[in-house]
Design a protein around this ligand. Structure first.
Ligand SMILES: Cc1cc2nc3c(=O)[nH]c(=O)nc-3n(C[C@H](O)[C@H](O)[C@H](O)COP(=O)(O)OP(=O)(O)OC[C@H]3O[C@@H](n4cnc5c(N)ncnc54)[C@H](O)[C@@H]3O)c2cc1C
Ligand code: SF4
Length: 346
């Protein structure tokens, strides 16, 4: 059933300065980029701003530039442009891969890099129509008092489910932000709060009210770095991740599979994209079955799938380990086949 959104005034500034002037005047306003997430949430009355500031006319915020050792991605660059950009494909193939796996082609053509990083968190009790949510007494994240996923708690487990963030985390991306109060630059890791309500500004760390993401800056990885992104979803043609996993290895010696540095990050299983800790013992080690087992153990410690999707949390948890295997076999083909089979049944 479709409902109209609550009434709002639409503004279409042509520059960041104009957008800031509008935000100063209408502090309850929300920014609209591609609208693939926000418009749905407006129609569900999950978001009810009096004013919406559409960003599409701000040409400065579109495009990808290679500048010295950095890649700069304008917040309004479409996801399909990120996936198809030759320098992204050449220098950061995992980012092109993750972008290419976002939703389906129509959404990738509308959705933007900025919107992907600022995506609201998701939960089966929240991403529903107003009618549905009302019939269920709403929930802690919007209009209600109880969390249906973890009743009795005061924490929201809604999962951040953007595909590009885990890859960008492993590349130490930084965000350039501006608000009527001034500009700041933060690392992507600092950007997200731990509570699933972050996107409505209840916790510091996330996007602050009125703040506009201008650009994403990503240092180019050195030669010898390899990164892959693996995604589990119900329908490959369109769905959000049930689990997403990025794995990066900076090889000390690729032929011998000797690791110089290794990093891993998860999406869709926690309220924010999470870097997996405890991987230091693998520095200098060989990417072998023991290393795979260590990566799986640490990923399981970090990922906390809850009843926020229709898929069973135990299944999603088990699949974290499977995605680790898939990622490792892509980085070291020798691991595929009998070795992995043996370890799986050990
Ligand atoms: C059917 C469907 C499937 C989807 N599947 C996936 C998927 O598989 N993977 C995935 O990652 N996403 C998925 N999405 C979500 C979404 O389409 C993408 O994440 C997209 O990149 C969002 O970008 P947007 O420009 O449309 O964001 P918008 O909808 O315009 O905005 C999203 C949020 O970010 C804020 N915002 C946007 N731009 C800025 C900015 N520059 N500064 C500050 N705030 C900003 C908005 O206020 C809003 O709160 C899916 C959506 C749908 C409808
Ligand atoms: S995790 Fe709980 S509070 Fe958060 S959206 Fe779901 S039901 Fe609501």
């Amino acid at each position: 059933m479709t409902y109209p959104s609550a009434p709002y005034d639409l503004h279409q500034p042509a520059s960041v300065d104009e957008a800031m002037a509008l935000m100063t005047r209408y502090p309850d306003a929300l920014y609209l980029a591609g609208g693939t997430d926000l418009v749905v949430n407006l129609r569900r009355r999950i978001r009810e701003p009096g004013h919406v500031i559409a960003l599409r006319r701000i040409g400065d915020l579109r495009g990808i530039a290679l500048d010295g050792g950095h890649l700069t991605i304008g917040a309004l660059t479409t996801i399909s442009a990120v996936a198809a950009h030759p320098e992204v494909q050449r220098r950061m193939p995992a980012l092109a891969e993750a972008a290419g796996l976002v939703a389906g082609p129509t959404i990738r053509n509308m959705g933007t890099q900025g919107g992907n990083l600022c995506l609201d968190t998701r939960c089966r009790y929240y991403n529903q129509s107003f009618f549905w949510r009302k019939a269920n007494d709403f929930c802690l994240k919007k209009d209600g008092e109880v969390c249906h996923v973890a009743p009795g708690g005061s924490f929201c487990w809604a999962a951040y489910s953007g595909d590009t963030a885990p890859v960008l985390l492993l590349h130490d991306a930084e965000l350039e932000l501006v608000s009527p109060q001034g500009a700041r630059r933060v690392t992507l890791a600092e950007f997200y709060g731990s509570d699933g309500r972050w996107s409505v500004g209840t916790e510091p760390g996330g996007l602050r009210p009125g703040e506009l993401l201008l650009r994403v800056h990503v240092p180019l990885p050195p030669a010898g770095a390899a990164c892959v992104y693996e995604k589990l979803r119900v329908r490959d043609s369109i769905d959000y991740p049930l689990v997403g996993l990025a794995l990066r290895v900076d090889w000390a010696d690729e032929a011998a599979r000797r690791i110089g540095a290794i990093a891993m990050a998860l999406t869709a299983v926690n309220p924010r994209p999470e870097r997996v800790g405890g991987l230091e013992p693998l520095t200098g080690a060989t990417l072998d079955m023991a290393a795979v087992a260590h990566l799986q153990k640490q990923a399981h410690r970090t990922g906390k799938p809850m009843r926020t999707t229709v898929a069973d949390p135990a299944y999603r948890r088990a699949m974290i380990g499977t995605l680790v295997e898939k990622a490792c076999t892509r980085l070291a083909r020798e691991l595929d086949g009998p070795l992995m089979e043996q370890a799986r049944w050990a």
